[in-house]
Design a binder for this molecule. Structure first.
Ligand SMILES: *Cc1c(COP(=O)(O)O)cnc(C)c1O
Length: 378
């Protein structure tokens, strides 16, 4: 018997090690330059990233969370304003809305692709609704045709939360090009995984880009003269240089995520627990280019935790994104729709389990995951 096969949830080392020489060169370049705040490295990365996404402007930020916060500030959202967002998402989506004093209005999701339910969103629009944040969850775009229709009909700004889905498309258009503003994250486990916290805003609007750049440096324009209150939301030049090394590899990473997901879908589809509905596979929506940032199963009959233990026993990492929908989070107890019933996302929170799908998975690792799922006590 050889070593047991191990499959961690993410494999950062496998991705970064082959780039070690280029990454060290980038570090030395920044070290020699002594430019540690903004400057040419950030500008260069922003221009490459804008080109890769097909947006007019890209603005590097200190994190994906700050990209959301800065975007809302740029749109002029403030106290009393209502912003629609899915309840089933990472906390930062709603946290950013609440931090500027606006009201997150939580919307249920749709069963097929984990994304925002636009019929439910429309029912929640009031005279105070100023914006909608569609989240492209787990690597797949939300229905942006529907979002645009709603936004037009009700005069809402659109902020795409593309943190998990750089490179994903909807109807052939990349995420990050369809909203008024879009927020990306370079958290290490995202599609373009960085070396610490980092994020980015994209937009096609010159005026919004200009305003975001001013608010990124405390709102001073010129420096020390403030017509607006901003913050420090800057991307580090060192991080920009390191991310620049990886950006060109993004299409390759996404192709391998897709190949892994296709392997899973093909091989798992024949299992009895899948055929009989006890284990549900993720679906790729027609006309959407999924980037498979997560491969998220659903486990029926209260067996999710049993499956997670079974995977752990067999050295396979997994995670629950997300165990508690945001309309049930204690910190939002003061909000109008706290504790209301959002049945689809509540069910998802009980059933979801994400398994390893990172680009560098080997055939042996995929086989081990497939075999372990085949033997799962479901
Ligand atoms: C990761 C993530 C964020 C926040 O990004 P950070 O870079 O970690 O601050 C925001 N929204 C969603 C949906 C995310 O997955």
């Amino acid at each position: 018997m050889g070593e047991p096969v191990k499959v961690p949830l993410v494999g950062l080392n496998e991705q970064n090690k082959p780039l070690a020489v280029e990454l060290r060169d980038a570090f030395e370049r920044v070290l020699d330059s002594s430019q540690f705040i903004l400057g040419p490295e950030v500008i260069e990365f922003e221009s490459l990233a804008a080109e890769s996404i097909g947006a007019r402007h890209a603005i590097g930020t200190s994190s994906g969370t700050d990209a959301l916060l800065l975007s809302l500030m740029t749109l002029g959202i403030g106290p009393g304003d209502e912003v629609l967002c899915p309840s089933f998402t990472f906390f930062a989506t709603a946290g950013a809305i609440a931090r500027i004093g606006a009201i997150p209005v939580f919307v249920d999701s749709i069963d097929t692709d984990f994304n925002i339910d636009l019929d439910d969103a429309e029912r929640r629009i009031t005279g105070k609704t100023k914006a909608i944040i569609p989240v492209h969850l787990f690597g797949q775009a939300a229905d942006m045709n529907g979002v645009q229709r709603l936004a037009k009909a009700h005069g809402l700004a659109v902020l795409e939360d593309a943190a998990q889905s750089m490179g994903a498309t909807f109807d052939g258009q990349q995420v990050g090009t369809m909203g008024d503003l879009s927020a990306f994250s370079f958290f290490p486990s995202k599609n373009l995984g960085g070396f610490g916290d980092g994020g980015m805003i994209t937009t096609d609007h010159d005026d919004l880009a200009k305003r975001a750049r001013i608010l990124r440096v405390h709102g001073g324009a010129p420096q020390y003269y403030h017509k607006a209150i901003g913050g420090n939301f800057r991307m580090d030049p060192l991080h920009a240089a390191l991310l620049g090394v990886k950006l060109g590899h993004l299409p390759g990473y996404l192709a391998r995520r897709r190949a892994n997901a296709e392997q899973y879908l093909e091989r798992l589809a024949k299992f009895n627990h899948v055929v009989e509905g006890r284990l549900m596979l993720p679906t790729e929506i027609e006309n959407s280019g999924h980037t498979w940032n997560q491969f998220t199963l659903r486990v029926a009959n209260g067996k999710r935790d049993t499956l997670q233990e079974h995977l752990a026993t067999n050295n396979i990492g997994s995670a629950i994104y997300y165990p508690v929908p945001l309309h049930q989070q204690e910190c939002f107890a003061h909000l109008p729709n706290f504790g209301e019933s959002l049945p689809v996302c509540e069910k998802m929170a009980e059933e979801v389990l994400s398994i390893p799908v990172y680009p560098e998975l080997t055939e042996e690792q995929i086989c081990h995951v497939v075999d372990t799922l085949a033997n799962a006590p479901l």
